[in-house]
Design a protein around this ligand. Structure first.
Ligand code: NI
Length: 252
């Protein structure tokens, strides 16, 4: 159930039965030679929308640009500063909260967003604690769910990809995008890529990142990616996330 394909009377009716909203958040950044620029946004969106469909929960528009300053050395990458992203999250949550939504389940597709999303939650709670939120806003609850932390998904990754999964332009996320966009996957996978696993190391700024990780990958070998595995991974993650959502929505 997508918020942006509903009418306002339909949203009003939905609110009589549920005050939950799924909030996909990703990133628009390089994902190595064979990974799509929108990988993190595509993954968060398909996971969030599949979850919403399974549970009959409304899904907000995807926050498709995230905190990705370290990827800016590669063409096509876009980044919001932490302060900008924090403001975007607070404004989106507060907009919906004044209408009665009060349970926000963030499905995240990008590790670089985690610190900022959590800071945004603290900012939102601060408004309740300091009583600056206004009387028309309920006490909201937010939670962050990184889709790749699903135990069922992890089990499949360990078994199928082992050490080649890596931490950026991972085999699993590239597989998931190939499942969602098979034609683009077919084209992208033909690009030349140095064989084997990419290097690993710390992340600082954009120039340093490009020096350490010349083709953009970190620790991964996405030549193992396939649309077929993408579908298997998606189904596994959704099963776990459905349980997490149910638990969250029941939180006092
Ligand atoms: Ni990614």
């Amino acid at each position: 159930m997508l918020l942006h394909t509903r009418t306002w009377p339909e949203v009003e009716t939905y609110l009589k039965g549920s005050t939950g909203m799924i909030m996909p958040i990703g990133s628009t950044e390089q994902h190595g030679p064979v990974g799509l620029i929108g990988t993190d946004a595509i993954c968060a969106e398909v996971v969030a929308q599949s979850l919403g469909e399974k549970l009959g929960v409304m899904v907000a528009p995807t926050i498709a640009v995230g905190m990705a300053q370290h990827h800016l050395g590669f063409p096509g990458s876009m980044a919001l500063r932490p302060s900008t992203l924090l403001a975007v999250i607070c404004d989106m949550v507060n907009s919906l909260a004044v209408q009665g939504f009060d349970r926000f389940f963030f499905v995240n597709g990008h590790g670089g967003n985690i610190a900022t999303v959590k800071a945004a939650f603290s900012e939102i709670y601060s408004e309740s604690s300091l009583r600056t939120a206004g009387t028309n806003r309920p006490n909201v609850r937010c939670t962050l769910c990184n889709w790749w932390n699903s135990p069922k998904f992890q089990e499949i990754c360990d078994r199928e990809f082992g050490d080649s999964e890596g931490s950026h332009a991972t085999v699993s996320e590239v597989s998931l995008t190939y499942h969602v966009h098979p034609k683009d996957g077919e084209r992208a996978r033909k690009a030349e890529m140095a064989p084997g696993k990419a290097p690993e190391g710390p992340i600082f700024d954009a120039a340093d990142y490009r020096r350490r990780f010349p083709d953009g990958r970190i620790g991964s070998d996405p030549s193992l990616a396939s649309a077929k595995m993408g579908k298997i991974i998606l189904d596994a993650a959704i099963e776990d996330l459905a349980g997490e959502y149910q638990e969250f929505i029941a939180t006092e």
